[in-house]
Design a protein around this ligand. Structure first.
Ligand SMILES: Cc1ncc(COP(=O)(O)O)c(C=O)c1O
Length: 391
């Protein structure tokens, strides 16, 4: 008999009842160190007092009003995002997938309104992940995600990750945009080198294309800058954001320049819940903490510490791990053992990590984890690796 929850996930038999900082507690009192953050969501850890306060204060006043009316919390969050990024304007969604939908629509509408309606194609890369909607799976294009779900939304050209010549060769008079994650998350923590992001920006400029960055997983302080593309010194035309921006409350956004957004006039897009007062109140509190030089400096310091310890771990367990990769606190351990076995063994040591493609385990801890948490994480990974090697 089919379970009452549609069985699209292979769930671990773990049930958490409470979270605090980087720690999760099960009903039977076991304390797990969380290096997953709900897949890069709990950027400020679990039950951060400022987020609890923002949410409960808003909940006591007003939960929801339609986007037919003014929403001051939404305005405040949009203003903060505009102040701290390349963007001139923001549309709020409830998820990364919905941000992808709008990014695609926005790019196509841009060219339609500029009198080039034939420009509909978006270039994407293997290993990418942009969500599970029809546009999201068509954009990523992997067999695993699209099989059985056709006919797919047309207009995506899938290229080899890292192949710049392939990008140049794929551009035609029907190309609208390039869409890329500055650091691939689901694809196995694969950072796009700064030089390559710069080159993609240049290719877009030279060919009149829009650059769409998917920072759903790598954004909001995760790499040690507010947004990952800042490391390369470039800016996109359109950016997808979600996960960390809500700190655990479902919230996403599309950020864009005035020009890129020029086609999105009244009536062209909408959302019942997107930009709702509860989500935006929390998003404002997240931004107040993370869009702060001192906070980001701490992320970078802790990322350096963690990476150094992980390099030692890899050197100590060459039969289990191959390398450390990633940026900031978006780290991956490429495994020689089967990554799922390492994740599973970690559960036995009350440690949460997340598998990714390319036989990688992801370490996406709360950005607020402490130095002691880092030391404890590496102790638990060390014990886990020894068990996997012995098995
Ligand atoms: C890079 C990227 N884009 C888009 C998405 C989809 O976001 P959501 O699951 O919030 O719809 C994800 C989710 O993992 C992601 O990592």
């Amino acid at each position: 008999m089919i379970p009452s929850v549609l069985p699209t996930y292979n769930r671990a038999p773990l049930e958490f009842v409470k979270g605090e900082g980087a720690w999760l507690t099960t009903a039977d009192g076991r304390r797990f160190l969380d290096l997953g953050s709900g897949i890069a969501v709990n950027a400020l850890g679990h039950a951060h007092p400022a987020l609890v306060e923002a949410l409960t204060a808003q909940a006591q006043n007003l939960w929801h009003v339609s986007n037919l009316y003014q929403i001051p919390q939404q305005q405040a969050l949009a203003d903060k995002l505009v102040e701290h990024t390349f963007a001139d304007t923001v549309f709020f969604t409830n998820s990364g997938t919905e941000a992808c939908e709008l990014a695609v629509k926005m790019a196509r509408k841009y060219f339609y309104d500029k009198g080039q309606p034939e420009r509909v194609e978006i270039l994407t890369f293997d290993g990418s992940f942009h969500g599970r909607s029809s546009a999201g799976i068509a954009a990523a294009g992997s067999e695993k995600m699209v099989k059985g779900f056709g006919p797919l939304l047309p207009g995506f050209v899938h290229l080899t990750f890292g192949d710049l010549d392939g990008v140049t060769n794929a551009i035609s008079e029907t190309t609208a945009a390039i869409m890329i994650e500055p650091v691939q998350g689901e694809g196995g923590i694969r950072p796009v080198p700064d030089a390559e992001l710069k080159a993609l920006r240049q290719i877009c400029d030279d060919n009149g294309l829009l650059l769409i960055l998917d920072e759903v997983q790598c954004g909001v302080g995760r790499t040690g800058k507010l947004f990952a593309h800042e490391w390369a010194g470039i800016t996109p035309d359109i950016m997808m954001v979600a996960k960390g921006i809500g700190g655990g409350f479902p919230l996403g956004a599309v950020l864009a320049t005035e020009d890129a957004a020029s086609g999105m006039t009244a009536g062209t897009h909408g959302s019942t819940y997107g930009g709702n007062p509860l989500g935006c109140a929390v998003g404002c509190a997240v931004m107040d903490h993370i869009a702060d030089d001192a906070f980001l400096a701490e992320v970078n310091r802790k990322a350096g510490l963690m990476r150094q310890k992980l390099e030692g771990l890899v050197a100590d367990h060459p039969e289990v791990f191959e390398e450390v990769r990633g940026a900031g606190l978006m780290l991956g351990l490429k495994c020689k053992a089967v990554n799922a076995d390492v994740v599973q063994a970690g559960y036995g040591n009350e440690l949460i990590t997340v598998p990714a493609a390319d036989n990688v385990i992801r370490l996406l801890p709360p950005l607020t984890l402490t130095d002691e948490d880092i030391a404890e994480a590496v102790r638990r990974l060390d014990k886990t690796a020894a068990q996997v090697a012995a098995a």
